[in-house]
Design a binder for this molecule. Structure first.
Ligand code: NAP
Length: 272
């Protein structure tokens, strides 16, 4: 599926659609002349066309004709109408990949009203820099190999996991919403740096690189985060004083509640 010869139609080149186009073009996962993107408004498409030099159209029906992969990246509320629009054009040798939060593979299959292979993916915006996290699952008509091919496509822009569909709302609440939570953490740490006298640009760089490094430590050493925390925390040192403040400020429970709320909301998006 990452083969340059395959044609990719991105239906809904908004923030995430553009992120995926940009990320995949950057790594050469797909050739520029094999992508067509759609959006609701032609002004949006002009901007995408000028920036990436790819084909664009406001017609989803036109875009899916001849595409091997149809990537749906519209908002949940726009999905049903979109599926009704394209279903007459789709054939069983095409694969539909949806990155739409809240929308299940069975919803997609029901509304496509034909045995079209469907894959659900939940990426995040760091895909732009090949540091994305994408979870994937498949519907009943998609083959294992098609799921693996979709996984390879997202592998080009970060890490991937194949999970049971029952976990997709949790993935949405944790790794898809998560970058927003982490930007707030980084912004707050940078603010703290300013408070203790660092120039803002220095404080932001320290906070961001430290966050990146800590994440790499977890991923690459495979140690439990608590164990890595203990290594930093010298007895009677400064880190334990900071940790005490975090515990008093209920950082842990606040982060847990943020992900729980975002997960709950992820299950409702289609309805509201
Ligand atoms: N943002 C994230 O971090 C993230 C992460 C994971 C998954 N997602 C999922 O990705 C989807 C898009 O999110 P987003 O943040 O990228 O939203 P967005 O920026 O609002 O993008 C949605 C795009 O869909 C276009 N659109 C609307 N109706 C359309 C139609 N009928 N045909 C073709 N295009 C249409 C819009 O066009 P105009 O621009 O012309 O209005 C817009 O460009 C959502 O379902 C979300 O759950 C997002």
């Amino acid at each position: 599926m990452t083969a340059k010869g395959k044609k990719l139609a991105v239906l809904g080149a908004g923030k995430l659609g553009e992120t995926l186009i940009s990320g995949m073009l950057d790594v050469g996962a797909i050739a520029r002349d094999r992508i067509v993107a759609t959006a609701k408004h032609s002004e949006r498409l002009e901007a995408v066309k000028n920036k990436y030099r790819i084909a664009v159209t406001t017609s989803n029906r036109k875009a899916v004709k001849g595409a091997s992969i149809v990537l749906i990246a519209v908002k949940p509320q726009a999905v049903q109408e979109l599926l009704e629009e394209i279903r007459g054009e789709l054939t069983r040798d095409q694969v539909v990949i949806s990155v739409v939060a809240s929308v299940t593979t069975s919803f997609l299959e029901r509304n496509l009203n034909a045995p079209i292979p469907v894959i659900r993916a939940m990426p995040n915006t760091p895909c732009l820099l090949r540091s994305g996290m994408t979870a994937l699952c498949k519907g009943v008509y998609a083959e294992e190999e098609q799921l693996k091919e979709a996984q390879r496509m997202f592998d080009s822009v970060g890490r991937t996991l194949i999970l049971d569909e029952k976990h997709m709302d949790a993935v949405t609440g944790l790794s898809a919403s998560g970058p927003a939570f982490m930007y707030i953490v980084i912004e707050s740490l940078a603010e703290a740096g300013v408070k203790v006298g660092l120039p803002r640009s220095v404080a932001t760089e320290l906070a961001a690189q430290m966050t990146l490094g800590s994440a790499k430590m977890v991923l690459e050493t495979r140690e439990h985060p608590a164990m890595l925390k203990d290594i930093v925390t010298t007895p009677a040192g400064c880190t334990i004083d900071g940790i005490l403040e975090l515990e008093e400020g209920k950082l842990r429970v606040t982060l847990i509640k943020a992900v729980v709320k975002a997960t709950q909301r992820a299950s409702e998006l289609l309805e509201t």
